[in-house]
Write a protein that binds this ligand. Structure first.
Ligand SMILES: [Zn+2]
Length: 71
């Protein structure tokens, strides 16, 4: 019987037989650092922000639009 090791990216949960490919996958994901700003809508007021700008650890800013799906 042969036993194999599988590595799982802790961020996207992809699995790899090769440890270095898994490490590259983990390093390819940018980590959110903080919410830079939130925008609310008066017309479509759900109480939640309509969009949010997130600052990532690499300094980039990314805007996310809400789909108002409560989980
Ligand atoms: Zn990954």
């Amino acid at each position: 019987m042969k036993q194999e090791t599988i590595y799982e990216c802790e961020l996207c949960h992809s699995t790899f037989y090769d440890k270095e490919r898994c490490e590259r996958c983990e390093k390819s994901h940018y980590i959110p650092k903080k919410i830079e700003s939130c925008y609310y809508s008066f017309e479509l007021n759900t109480g939640y922000p309509k969009n949010i700008i997130i600052k990532f650890e690499n300094g980039s800013l990314v805007k996310y639009e809400a789909q108002y799906e409560l989980l």
